[in-house]
Structure formats: C-alpha cells, structure tokens
Design a protein around this ligand. Sequence first.
Ligand SMILES: NC(=O)c1ccc[n+]([C@@H]2O[C@H](COP(=O)([O-])OP(=O)(O)OC[C@H]3O[C@@H](n4cnc5c(N)ncnc54)[C@H](O)[C@@H]3O)[C@@H](O)[C@H]2O)c1
Length: 459
Amino acid sequence: MEFEKNILCIGAGYVGGPTLAMIAYKCPQYKVTVVDINPERIARWNSDNLPIYEPGLDEIVKAVRGRNLFFSTDIERGIREADIIFVSVNTPTKTFGAGAGMAADLQYWEKTARQIRQYAESPKIIVEKSTLPVKTAHAMERMLQATNNHVHFEVLSNPEFLAEGTAIRDLEYPDRVLIGSRETPSGLKARQELVEIYANWVPRERIITSNLWSSELSKLVANAFLAQRISSINSITSLCEKTDADITEVARAVGTDSRIGDKFLNASVGFGGSCFKKDILNLVYICRYYGLEEVADYWEGVVKINDYQKERFVLNMLTAMFNTLAGKRICIFGFAFKANTGDTRESPAMFVCKLLLEERAELVISDPKALENAKEDLKGAQGKISYVEDPYEAVAGCDAIAVLTEWDIYRQLDFKKIYGSMDKPCFIFDGRNILDHRGLFEIGFNVFPIGKPPLTHLK
Ligand SMILES: NC(=O)c1ccc[n+]([C@@H]2O[C@H](COP(=O)([O-])OP(=O)(O)OC[C@H]3O[C@@H](n4cnc5c(N)ncnc54)[C@H](O)[C@@H]3O)[C@@H](O)[C@H]2O)c1
C-alpha cells in the first residue's frame, strides 16, 4: 500500500510510543515508524509485553502494529525515508558540569540532531516533542544547517501534555495541541502540515499555534503551574496538622471557588514523575541565566516544598512509632509515582523508602505494576527489602503500612483481615488520603493521614 506520508519518531519511551501509536491509529493513510537506540525496548514494543504500562495502550498497539505502525532500531533508514521526524528522546536534569542538578541534559537531543544531519537527503520537518529549554529550536536549526546546506529543515515545537496513567485518553481527546513555528513562509507551511495531521481527530479549535519560543516555554510553565498547585495545597497540610484543621475540608472550600477550581488540590506525600521537578528546575535555571533571581526563587520554592513534604512524611512516621523504626517491618503500598502507571521515576515512594532504610526499617514493597522498576531503583540500597505483589501477603507480620500510590485496589482491601495479620500496635500512614480513616481507626489501626488530625488509640 502507498502511504501519504512517512512519519518517524526518534525515542520509543513513555511519550514517543503512545503518541505515535495514536497517530497511526487515527491516520491509516500515514506510515508511522518509531525508532530507538535501545534494542530491548524496541523488542518489547514488538512483543506482547510492551515496555510501559498504560491503560488502553495494548489494544491500540495491537490494532495498528504491522499495519501502519512499526518499531525499529534502524534509525538511519528511518531518517532517510521520513517526511516528518518527531524527536521524543529523554531530556533529564544534568548531573555533571555547569548547571548540574538544574539545567537540562541535552546530550541525547544533540545526538539526534547530528544523526538527522548525517542521514537526511531530502527536506524534513523536525518536530520537538521532548520538553526542552526555551530557544532550543534555534540551537537545533544551527546544528542541522551546519554542514548539510542543500537540505532544508524546518523545526517545529509540539510539546506533549499527556499525563501518564491517562495517556491514551489524553492523546485521543486532548485539551489542546500546541504547535509553535517560525513565522516565516516556510515555517508557517510546516506548521500547517502538522496541524493537518492532528486535525484527523482533534477539533481544529483545540489546535493552538504560536511562535516557537512561546510553545517551548508554555510546556515548562504548564508543568510548573501544575506542580505549584500540588505544593501549594501540600504546604498547608503541616499547618492543618498543627491546628486540627482538615486539609480535605479546606481544599473543598477553596476549590469550589470557580476562579480557583478543584483540580490538583489533593494533598499527598508529594509529587513525583520524570517531568515536574526537572521542568521546574529547568525553568529556574533559565531565569537565573537571564538574571531573574526573584522569579527563579519563586519557582524553586515549589520543588523545596515537595522535598519538605516527603521528609516530613517520614519524620511523622518516626515520631508516631515511638521514635525508632530500626528493625520494624513497614509495608509500602504503591511504588509507582502515581496510579495506573508502572513508572517510578522520581517517585515519592523511592525517596521515602530510602529514608526508611536509613532508619534501619525493614521494607516489604507492594505494587500492582511497578515492582520490576522498584527492584531496579533500589538495587544498590542497603537494608532488608522484599517485593511482594499481593497486598495481603505483603502486610503479614508488619508493624505499619505506608500508602504511597493512590491505586484503587488499596481502597477496596479487607482491612479487618489485614489488621489480623499484622503486629500490634499497628499503624497506617496514608500518604494519599485515599482510605476510610474512621473505619480503619475503629478496626484498631492508629491512623495518620496527611493534613488531618491523627486517629490513634495510643495515649
Ligand atoms: N513521560 C511523560 O509523561 C512526559 C510527558 C510530556 C513530555 N515528556 C517529555 O518527553 C520526552 C521523553 O520523555 P519519556 O518519558 O518518553 O522518556 P523515556 O526515557 O521514556 O524515552 C526516551 C527514549 O529515547 C531514547 N533515545 C535517547 N537518545 C536516543 C537517540 N539518539 N536515538 C534514538 N533513541 C534515543 C531512549 O533510549 C528512550 O527509550 C522528555 O523530554 C520528557 O520531558 C514526558
């Protein structure tokens, strides 16, 4: 079959895989290829055991793989054949050199630009799908034009706003798609070409266009705003605990104001995930680069409150359990950074577990989808750790439960049965405020929610 267009995506991760699977699903007239330098990842994309868990993803991949969606390690061929290249490689925080711990590490990004430059023989539209510092497209353009003068590249910014756990729904019914371009004739033409791809399933009024820099910056700012809401509500939880106010009641009272809205006001042990922290730090770094110290300090506060919240959670556990955790068995309910994903990058659970191990606690970690990643994350950690998928088996003989991911299954457990199998006195620290605290207290648990008075039988 002749395809209308060849679309390539470089980077088969949490963004590249699902996003391009959706494009292939909605647009059978295009041939979509996703390439990666990691052969194991590609092998899993070509198997029944996909490398990431995302509700609804298996069905979509099964429907289109081999039809117009292909996963491959042949990057060179992919680049040669493509009309449009999405670049969705990882852009983590730099861990070395200037800007370490703050700036984006653009080595994977730059390597991709070099590969495109080396293999491209015909004009291409390059789409920045990765989240990047504002003005990166300019660097990309310079890199692409450096030697390959006879081939024209047009760089667009098309940041991804999907949330892990709801990626398929977000991709199918996005709040908006953002496309930034140069406002030159060729820039506007390329922008229109990308608009037409999304218009296959996204209503046109939801496809927003802008200049390149607004688009790049908007993604950083959107994540900073989302994280800021979480840190804002979390910053009030410690005050609630001191004053007998209840954070759920406060959030409800505040969130019913239509100017504020009720989303992202759930208090918790803190936000995680590969994006929020790195994107805010990136924003902070850029502000400092331009000498905007006050702006940088403001946004850095969002990350500081998040770290404080995770540390506070462990300190509360320590204080409640008679100031010693050494030798105590603590069951961790949930290691993923949020529900409905197996992703554990920057998970608050990882942070909490490391602190608990420093206190010499013994950990039993349970999670329906993230145990494989959890084992990898805690590979070098000192201390006693076991991994048990079944929550009833996991809690047996434990002194405490810490709920760190808001998986639905934890709301539905038989806590009477669980209470019966644990050591006494037993404790529950609900880092997501998802359980029935009064009911647990009545069973016999000492219950420590976030931002609410504890319910305890201990005098
Ligand atoms: N994960 C999310 O929820 C999310 C949401 C929106 C935006 N983003 C952004 O999207 C980008 C990708 O994130 P992700 O979570 O998919 O990362 P990821 O680590 O899951 O995937 C990136 C993939 O790129 C591959 N790669 C790196 N260099 C390569 C190269 N030179 N050639 C081919 N492949 C290469 C890696 O092997 C990896 O498989 C990041 O910039 C991130 O900030 C992520």
